[in-house]
Write a protein that binds this ligand. Structure first.
Ligand SMILES: [Zn+2]
Length: 226
């Protein structure tokens, strides 16, 4: 319309989406009154349905999904769920019935606050500490095989094949209980990368996924107790 120099009205030749929206939702343009028909009945109906959807239900923005998975109540630490069923505006409701905290905060605000915190973290990579790993405790089998080996070493008639089998079995038993160090290496690699320069969006997403245990939703300005 803008390119074809068809004016919206005599003061404006430039079109924007709001002008299109106003026409699409105005029943005057169904051609039943003094104006010529500009929109079909189907288009008019489709617009009405879309508008109803918009006010009743706010879909969860994709960027919010990883935050939801880690969201906990700032009051009690229980899981907190995003709820859009009431008032048409998202709110967060603590899943602990003893707490019942409700947090009124917009999706934009949640995203803004979380990215601010992630950026702070990215700017001080030395704050990133690897998760604690449990010390590997040898299993009862490992100890039993080790004892058997000790006995064999003290014997005069050593059977090398049997000893070899025992040594491999002892090693396998001890290896099986070693902790998975992937998270430790992941954090270490991320920390090194963040030290070399400013973080981009994918670094921040990785930070959230790998280095953040929980996102506390709420705070004095947002929480209402029931
Ligand atoms: Zn709570």
């Amino acid at each position: 319309m803008s390119r074809g120099n068809i004016p919206y009205h005599r003061h404006t030749s430039q079109w924007n989406k709001h002008m299109v929206k106003r026409i699409l939702e105005n029943g005057k343009y169904l051609g039943t009154g003094v104006y010529p028909r500009l929109i079909s009945d189907e288009e008019f109906l489709a617009v009405q349905i879309q508008r109803e959807d918009k006010t009743d239900y706010i879909p969860c923005p994709t960027e919010l999904s990883p935050i939801r998975e880690k969201a906990v109540c700032a009051v009690c630490g229980s899981r907190i769920a995003r709820d859009t069923k009431s008032h048409g505006r998202p709110r967060w409701v603590c899943t602990s019935p003893d707490c019942g905290a409700i947090v009124h905060i917009s999706d934009e605000e949640v995203l803004k606050r979380v990215s601010q915190r992630l950026r702070q973290l990215a700017n001080s990579p030395d704050l990133l500490t690897p998760p604690p790993t449990l010390e590997a405790v040898p299993s009862a089998d490992a100890l039993r095989i080790q004892n058997e080996l000790n006995v064999c070493f003290n014997r005069s008639d050593i059977n090398p094949d049997y000893m070899k089998t025992l040594i491999f079995a002892a090693a396998a038993e001890r290896y099986a209980v070693l902790p998975d160090l992937t998270p430790v290496h992941d954090i270490e690699a991320l920390r090194k990368r963040l030290e070399t320069g400013p973080a981009n969006g994918s670094d921040l997403r990785e930070l959230l996924a790998k280095a953040v245990k929980a996102v506390r939703v709420g705070g004095p300005n947002y929480i209402e107790r029931q």
